[in-house]
Design a protein around this ligand. Sequence first.
Ligand SMILES: CC(C)(COP(=O)(O)OP(=O)(O)OC[C@H]1O[C@@H](n2cnc3c(N)ncnc32)[C@H](O)[C@@H]1OP(=O)(O)O)[C@@H](O)C(=O)NCCC(=O)NCCS
Length: 379
Amino acid sequence: MTPTEIRPGLEGLTVAETRLSDVDGEAGELVIAGFPVETLARKASFEETLFLLWNDRLPTQDEHAALRKDLAARRSIGPEVRAILERAAGEDVPAMDALRMGVAAASMDAEVADHQAQARRAVAVLPTIVGTYWRYREGAEPVAPRSDLGHAANALYVLTGESPADHESRGLETYLNTVVDHGLNASTFTARTVVSTKSDVISAVTGAVGALKGPLHGGAPGPVLEDLLAVHETGDPAGHVRETLAAGDRLMGFGHRVYRVRDPRAAVLSAAAEAFFAEAEDDFFQTVETYERVALDLLAEHKPDRDLETNVEFYTATILHGLEIPRDLFTAAFAMGRVGGWTAHCLEQLADNRLIRPVGHYVGAEDRPWIPRDERTGN
Ligand SMILES: CC(C)(COP(=O)(O)OP(=O)(O)OC[C@H]1O[C@@H](n2cnc3c(N)ncnc32)[C@H](O)[C@@H]1OP(=O)(O)O)[C@@H](O)C(=O)NCCC(=O)NCCS
């Protein structure tokens, strides 16, 4: 490739070999470290998924127990980090900004001597940061993380202060597994770029949180929930869809840049949400199913030449709402899963590192004469 062949957004450019995940947008398939997402998300504990991504194999029983114990020991934050989060909550700083501040400070009160330890610390501490921030925002005292709980159960505990039921922990765990990795998306590429300078994994995760914060990356499930709640109240999905499309707006939760068929993660989360709402004896899932069916029919009429299918955000909104995770924390919940992928990509990059350093094609001025400051007219 000559330097003038520019690929805006690096679209379609292969920049690394990875064994972590493979996204096939035409076939609607997502493979995570050799397993279809449908298998991994349903069967694995989040600790198992982490071990798989970090070590390229599933853990034995003992290794699983050891990782669970190690992560549990890395969950706490000290008074300085708590003070940052209290201040952020008091100033109504958005959750992703608070998370960025908390992660950046998370190397202060922990042993993070090597890249593996940094990866484990980053994953373990994220729920504590999010839960502490949220409890301060709600005017509640933070609760200390519990070392007797698995990662997903503890993530719910530090948020609510209550022991979650099994179906709640399993709902969150399935979600975390489902979104753990998805090719070289913007936040993952950011993480790889940071560690390619031989920086540390905490810095890489801090940068990745900043990248995920942007509305082009992690922002759609909030608006999907608004639609679902409106339809749950009116009972008129067709009216809502017609009104949205007639106004020239896009229907949130449908369509995808890469997938041309149903996003495989939507299928996993749909099944998980159905089981979850059945257990909770909540009729919200009926609204969701009806709305999806009606929306797909009307979208097909609206754009017959375009396969607009349900995307991951649609069922992310459904399951996170079921878990009573507040809308303001949806992107932070995404980060709690994706941090597994970020850290695994950091370790993969470091194992065979080459500094990431693309070139820009200069299109600026040539041969400018230097005019002394007191002679410049401003033109
Ligand atoms: C995700 C998204 C940006 C992908 O877009 P894309 O594949 O690049 O498709 P385009 O933006 O080129 O749109 C193609 C056509 O389909 C229409 N379209 C795409 N998604 C649509 C949606 N959700 N609702 C209504 N129309 C949609 C566009 O308006 C466009 O129509 P036009 O050709 O008449 O202008 C787009 O589908 C979207 O905005 N979806 C809603 C937001 C969302 O759910 N985002 C989360 C993604 S995980």
